[in-house]
Design a protein around this ligand. Structure first.
Ligand SMILES: Nc1ncnc2c1ncn2[C@@H]1O[C@H](COP(=O)(O)OP(=O)(O)OP(=O)(O)O)[C@@H](O)[C@H]1O
Length: 320
C-alpha cells in the first residue's frame, strides 16, 4: 500500500553514455504518491533518454532507478508492473473500437477484466464513444485511450511524455483536469513537457534538466520565489538611479526584453531600471535614493514565470 507523499520513483545519479558521449551526466530526483511532477528541459536536454531508462527500454550506464522500492534493472517485473507509460506513440489499432483495443491490451495483463476496462473508460471519460472505431476519434480521444491503456494495470506511477502535444485549448484543459484527478486519487504522475506555462499550471514539483544534468528540483512556487531577485525602479533621474545602483555593485539588466516575457514587459514603465537585488535590500536603497534627492514613483519586485527562471538557468538555450 502506497501512502500519499511516499516516494514512488527514486532516480539516483543516473548517467548514460552513448558511443563516446555522456548524454545524461547526472540526474537525481524523486516523485511522490499523489503529486504531479514536471520534467522540463530544452530540446536535446535528455528528457526522452531519461524516460526510456525509467521504463527499461535502455540501460543506464551508471546510477539507479527504483519504483516502489523495486530496482528497474534488478527486479524489472515488479518495477514495471507498477508503471503505466505513454512513451512514443501508443500502439492503437484504428480499425478496432476503443473497447476492442483495450481488450487486446488487457490480455497481456494479469487480473484485468471487463469491469476494470469499464472503470478506466469512465475514468478517461470515453464511455460515450468507446464502442466506435478508433479511426473516428479526435486526437484528444486517442490520447485518452492511450492513457486508459496505461492505467489498466493499476499503476502507481504514470509517465506521460508531452501529454498535451497537438491538443487544442479545450483538449489541453480536459487533459490537465484529468491528470489532476489521477493525482488526487493518489497516483504519482510524471509529465515531460516543453510547455513551461503548462508545467507551471499543472505540476506540484518540477525538475529542470539541461545538457543531461538536473539544474534544480523543487516546488514550482518555491523555485520561482528563490530565484526571483529582479527589482524594478521607476525613479528619476534615471541616470542617477543607474549610477547609484552600479556604485553599490548591483547588476543592472541591460536588455530586460531578452529575459522577460512580453506580457511582463508590457506592465513595466519604458524608462524603468531593472536590476538584480535581494528584496530585503530594497528599503535601504529607497532611503539612500531619497537622501540623494531622487524621486521614486514606484519600486517593486518582479515575480518571474517559470519560463524566465528556466531561461536564466539554461542561459537562454532555446526551448522547442
Ligand atoms: N541513440 C543515440 N545515439 C546518439 N545520440 C543520441 C541517442 N539518443 C539520444 N542522443 C542524443 O542525446 C541528447 C539527448 O537526447 P534526448 O532525445 O534525450 O533529448 P530530449 O530532451 O528528449 O529532447 P527532445 O525533446 O528533442 O526529444 C541529444 O543530443 C541526442 O542527439
Amino acid at each position: 500500500m502506497i501512502r500519499p507523499g511516499q516516494s514512488v520513483l527514486e532516480v539516483r545519479h543516473l548517467r548514460k553514455k552513448i558511443g563516446r558521449r555522456w548524454i545524461i551526466e547526472d540526474v537525481t530526483f524523486n516523485v511522490l504518491a499523489g503529486e504531479i511532477f514536471g520534467f522540463l528541459g530544452p530540446n536535446g536536454a535528455g528528457k526522452t533518454t531519461t524516460i526510456r531508462m525509467l521504463v527499461d527500454l535502455i540501460k543506464p550506464t551508471k546510477g539507479t532507478i527504483e519504483i516502489c522500492g523495486y530496482d528497474v534493472r534488478r527486479q524489472p517485473e515488479q518495477a514495471l508492473a507498477r508503471i503505466g507509460a505513454i512513451v512514443e506513440n501508443p500502439e492503437v489499432y484504428p480499425y478496432l473500437t476503443g473497447w476492442e483495443n483495450l481488450e487486446q491490451f488487457a490480455r497481456m495483463l494479469p487480473g484485468v477484466d471487463a469491469a476494470r476496462i469499464q472503470e478506466v473508460v469512465e475514468l478517461v471519460r470515453l464511455d460515450q464513444r468507446i464502442h466506435d472505431k478508433v479511426r473516428t476519434y479526435s486526437l484528444g480521444m486517442r490520447q485518452r485511450l492511450g492513457i486508459a491503456q496505461a492505467l489498466l494495470g493499476r499503476p502507481k506511477l504514470l509517465i506521460l511524455d508531452e501529454p498535451t502535444n497537438g491538443l487544442d485549448p479545450k483538449g489541453i484543459k480536459e487533459m490537465r483536469d484529468f491528470i489532476r484527478r489521477l493525482a488526487e486519487q493518489g497516483m504519482a504522475v510524471f509529465v515531460s513537457s516543453h510547455l513551461l506555462s503548462e508545467i507551471q499550471l499543472l505540476c506540484d514539483r518540477v525538475a529542470i534538466i539541461s545538457s543531461g544534468r538536473v539544474l534544480a528540483v523543487g516546488c514550482v512556487d518555491e523555485l520561482i520565489a528563490n530565484q526571483s531577485n529582479y527589482v524594478v525602479w521607476e525613479a528619476e533621474p534615471r541616470v542617477r538611479v543607474v549610477e547609484l545602483l552600479k556604485r553599490s555593485g548591483i547588476p543592472i539588466i541591460p536588455q530586460p526584453e531578452a529575459v522577460l516575457d512580453d506580457s511582463v514587459m508590457a506592465g513595466i514603465a519604458p524608462d524603468a531600471v531593472i536590476c538584480q537585488m535581494e528584496s530585503s535590500r530594497m528599503a535601504d536603497f529607497v532611503e539612500s535614493f531619497t537622501a540623494e534627492g531622487l524621486r521614486i514613483q514606484s519600486v517593486y519586485k518582479l515575480n518571474p514565470t517559470l519560463e524566465q527562471l528556466f531561461l536564466e538557468m539554461t542561459e537562454g538555450e532555446t526551448i522547442e
